[in-house]
Ligand binder design. Structure first.
Ligand code: FES
Length: 102
């Protein structure tokens, strides 16, 4: 089973998940990485679920058109939309909260 390491605001969460797991779907049913994963639409439309891939990105398929549209230049910095990923291999992701709006 793939092991997901999820980093958020200095904390590290780790859990094995079933193959072909979508982390936003899991969070939606209150399983890891709930309650830490930020997401909203689950459909590649809002980019709230954007995460940086720290390790394991080589196993992911290329970004789909929704990720390209939502992430733009952030793709080059290693960002992906968690709601568009079906995890099949070990992966390490980070998602920090955006700075509070001033
Ligand atoms: S949850 Fe909206 S783009 Fe992923």
């Amino acid at each position: 089973m793939p092991v997901v390491v999820f980093r958020k605001n200095g904390e590290v969460y780790r859990e094995a998940v079933k193959e072909n797991t979508n982390l936003v779907v899991r969070a939606g049913i209150r399983q890891f990485p709930f309650p830490h994963l930020r997401y909203e639409c689950g459909m590649g439309k809002c980019s709230r679920c954007a995460c940086v891939v720290i390790a394991g990105g080589e196993h992911l398929p290329p970004p789909n058109w929704k990720e390209k549209k939502q992430l733009g230049e952030r793709l080059d910095a290693g960002y992906r939309l968690a709601c568009q990923l079906w995890i099949q291999h070990d992966i390490e992701l980070a998602q920090d909260d955006p700075p509070a709006a001033s």
